[in-house]
Design a protein around this ligand. Structure first.
Ligand SMILES: [Zn+2]
Length: 415
């Protein structure tokens, strides 16, 4: 296998040849040809790629956009994003791309010890979204895969009761919801030893994880991918010390300051936004793609013996609020609230008063649980996250639940 730098140079040359979007974008930034771009060591000079640019490119040059480096007839599969802001964005893969994703997924899902012959029940749909690509990972590992799809908790509980799977893969909020339903119906979940969660932050929040682990009496392992780049890019090992990178040599990772765009040194404890560059993608390679995922990184070797880069997700840069100059991630608020379990359920909802990122204190936070806890939780949030919340305690099970990604921000009362 060629080294990362040679792959990168080939990838850039292919983009100049086949992607009108990147040819124009890189030329406009002063790089006349691939030689001017140089190698991986100089990647920080190149402009970022934003998701909005991909949307605009696809709208102006349907069906795949000017950034794609193939004709649609060469695609083997075309996923689409959930399209929260309008039309879905199509993500094409060639046969080789599909194979590459499968191998990345196999690594990520097997990091925690999931092995051939183990039964794993999954709730991801094989629908339009990239999450469906993860399903191939279970076959690649050799698991007995039991797909039950999203939105059918009864079917899931039946599968757990009758087929006794050792593992469950779903979103963290759904895993908690299933545990609550199982408890209310007296269904035993004891067969499940591993819960592999992904698709949203939560699996990495300590309090939330403890709650999940005690509700299921199972170990929780986190997985993280990003549709435009690859499904299941990161997977946690049995040491539960962050998620290991699984695409070394085929995807290049950078860490940046999301405010300034400045590259940050990747060292133990550093935090910032992940930026990805494909080194060996055929259909729609991306250069310096801004993920909007805010993470903490570790480079020191893990106790499991692997030396690959590890991360924990702190939150989405997109979900971040700024309360009088302080960055607030909704998932971080949920993490503080979880410290008060079992007197809270762990469910929260932040209801900003104003539209947009900037908010004035106190920030309204709805929390399910014991009504007498309001002041104590507000104090803990103030002391840890350095902003003033307006805590409103609400009854257990009164906030929305989800069988996919739970919403922690609700702008319906914002003016
Ligand atoms: Zn490890």
């Amino acid at each position: 296998m060629p080294d990362a730098d040679s792959l990168y140079r080939q990838q850039i040359a292919a983009l100049y040849e086949r992607s009108a979007f990147y040819r124009e974008k890189l030329r406009a930034a002063g790089f006349a040809d691939p030689a001017a771009v140089g190698g991986l060591a100089e990647i920080g000079r190149l402009p970022f790629t934003e998701k909005d640019e991909l949307r605009a490119s696809q709208a102006a040059h349907p069906p795949l956009g000017a950034h794609a480096a193939i004709d649609i007839s060469q695609a083997a599969r075309i996923y689409s994003t959930s399209g929260t802001s309008g039309a879905p964005l199509y993500i094409p893969l060639t046969r080789a791309d599909v194979e590459q994703w499968r191998e990345i997924g196999r690594k990520s899902y097997s990091r925690n010890g999931l092995a051939a012959g183990e039964r794993v029940v999954t709730t991801y749909g094989a629908g339009p979204f990239v999450a469906g690509a993860s399903l191939a990972a279970f076959e690649a590992i050799g698991c007995v895969h039991i797909p039950v799809g999203a939105g059918n908790t009864e079917r899931l509980l039946s599968a757990i009761r009758k087929l006794a799977p050792e593992a469950l893969a779903c979103t963290p909020s759904y895993a908690l919801h299933i545990a609550e339903v199982a408890a209310s119906k007296g269904v035993s979940l004891s067969a499940v030893k591993r819960i592999i969660v992904g698709g949203e932050p939560g699996g990495g929040e300590e309090g939330f994880r403890r709650r999940l682990e005690s509700a299921w009496r199972a170990r929780v392992y986190e997985i993280m991918g990003i549709g435009d780049v690859a499904a299941s890019l990161w997977g946690e090992c049995a040491e539960q010390a962050g998620m290991h990178f699984s695409a070394e040599g085929v995807i290049h990772v950078e860490l940046i300051d999301p405010e300034t765009g400045k590259a940050l040194e990747i060292r133990d404890g550093a935090t910032g936004e992940l930026v990805y560059t494909h080194l060996a993608r055929e259909a729609a390679p991306l250069v310096r793609f801004r993920s909007r995922d805010h993470v903490r990184v570790w480079t020191s070797p893990c106790a499991c013996g692997r030396s690959s880069l590890r991360v924990r997700c702190i939150g989405r840069t997109d979900d971040m609020l700024i309360v009088r100059g302080v960055n607030v991630f909704p998932s971080a608020v949920r993490e503080i609230v979880a410290r008060f379990q079992p007197r809270v359920t762990g469910a929260i909802l932040i209801r900003p008063r104003r539209k947009g990122v900037k908010q004035d204190p106190p920030l309204p936070v709805l929390i399910e649980g014991d009504a007498t806890l309001g002041e104590a939780i507000a104090g803990e949030i103030r002391a840890t996250l350095l902003f003033t919340p307006e805590v409103r305690m609400v009854a257990a099970q009164s906030l929305p639940r989800s069988d996919y990604k739970v919403k922690l921000l609700d702008y319906s009362e914002a003016t």
